[in-house]
Structure formats: C-alpha cells, structure tokens
Design a protein around this ligand. Structure first.
Ligand code: SAM
Length: 209
C-alpha cells in the first residue's frame, strides 16, 4: 500500500464512527473555526476551497454566511466525505484527494481559488509542510489562505496541556507547535493571531497580486 492510501485508510478508520458525532463533539475543542469563517470576508462570486474539509461543517457555515460564494471541498477520507456529501448536497463539489499532492484542475476544473481553508488539518497531516505549500500554490493573485489549528497551549496549565496531547494522540492528531514561526518565516506579511491563551491560532496568508 502506498503512503497516501495508507493514510487515507487510517483516516477512514479514525472517522468511520466518529464522523457520526463529529460536529457535536468537536465544537467543544476545535476552537477558532467560527472566528476564521467570520474573518474570511468572502465577496459574492468568489471561490472557496476547503482542503481536508472533513464532515463539511465549515463549508456549511461558510455557505450560510456567504451564500453567493462558490464552494469546493476535498478530503482523503471517503468516510468523512460521505457525511459531507449528505450535508452539503450536489451544489458543493467534493473530491477525495491527498492535501500533499493536489491537482485541483482535474478535481474541480479550476487551478486557482480566491480563498483556501486549512482548519485543524495540518495537525493531522504527517507531511504538513507539503500540504501548506500545495494550499498556497492554489491561491490566485491576491487570494488568501486561512488557517486555524491547535496552538502551543503555553498560556494554559501544564496538566491540561499534557492531558490534551494524550487525548489528541488517540486520534493521530499532533499539534504543530512550530507552525506559527514557520508561517512567519516563510510567508511575508502572514497575519498570525493567538487565540484562547494559546489553545489555538488563526493565520491568514495573502498571495501577492
Ligand atoms: C480534524 S479533521 C478537520 C476537518 C475540518 N477541516 C474541520 O475543521 O472540522 C481533519 C481532517 O483532515 C483529513 N485529512 C487528514 N490527512 C489528510 C490528507 N493528507 N489529505 C486530505 N485530507 C486529510 C481527515 O480525513 C479529516 O477529515
């Protein structure tokens, strides 16, 4: 089995049953997702791709807030996509793909997007640097990459931090503590904000026009 198929199979295993309670349970600990969506400021007709869209929870909220946006989603897990398809219907094209090796043109007939979203996915993608660079390549001139994920938890009690990491490990989630620094060094003008005493962060990277 290739690494990609293996990772897809692992994600299917993690989410086969979890997807049924995902939206209800994750709302308590995937914090900052609504903040990200509110800050997106999507203009009518603009395109939005969520990479690793999971159950489609964010795309559904984006659709509510920006009803004239054109939405797209992809995920490596067919299990997650089954839930997303049910939720979003045929008006949102969804595809199975690996965030680290994307060909958006063949998936969606589009090679550039006005907005790309990576929400709590880099912490679940082993080669997160490739996923980040692929997502950035999908931005058209002036396009924006919106990221939300776990922070370094530095403002929170040590006991909470270690309990959280143990819990997340059960789901193959590994917070990327170096990510904010990596973004700041790699992308000029990256806007990075710590949320909830370091529990999460929100970053926006704009591709130069
Ligand atoms: C914690 S969920 C986040 C889902 C959604 N973005 C959200 O904010 O609710 C992580 C998602 O990343 C997906 N994923 C993990 N590795 C991936 C990869 N290499 N390519 C695409 N999706 C991936 C998983 O299948 C899962 O749906």
């Amino acid at each position: 089995m290739s690494d990609i198929t293996q990772h897809g199979a692992l994600m299917d295993d993690v989410y086969r049953y979890q997807r049924l309670i995902y939206d209800v349970t994750r709302k308590y600990y995937l914090l900052g997702r609504d903040h990200l969506i509110e800050q997106m400021d999507v203009a009518p007709g603009e395109t939005v791709l969520e990479v690793a869209c999971g159950t489609g929870r964010n795309l559904a909220k984006i659709k509510q807030l920006y009803p004239e946006a054109k939405l797209y989603g992809l995920d490596i897990s067919e299990q997650m996509l089954a839930t997303a398809r049910k939720k979003l219907g045929a008006s949102v094209p969804l595809a199975q793909a690996d965030a680290c090796n994307l060909d958006a043109e063949s998936l969606f007939g589009l090679s550039e997007f006005d907005h790309v979203v990576l929400s709590y996915s880099l912490s679940m993608i082993p080669d997160w640097k490739s996923a980040l660079s692929e997502a950035h390549c999908l931005l058209g001139p002036g396009g924006r990459l919106h990221i939300a994920d776990f922070g370094d938890q530095s403002g929170l009690p040590k006991l909470f931090r270690s309990a959280l990491c143990t819990w997340l490990g059960k789901f193959h989630v590994a917070p990327r503590e170096v990510l904010p620094q990596f973004l700041a060094e790699k992308f000029d003008g990256a806007a990075i904000r710590r949320l909830y005493r370091g529990y999460a962060y929100h970053a926006v990277i704009t591709r130069r026009a």
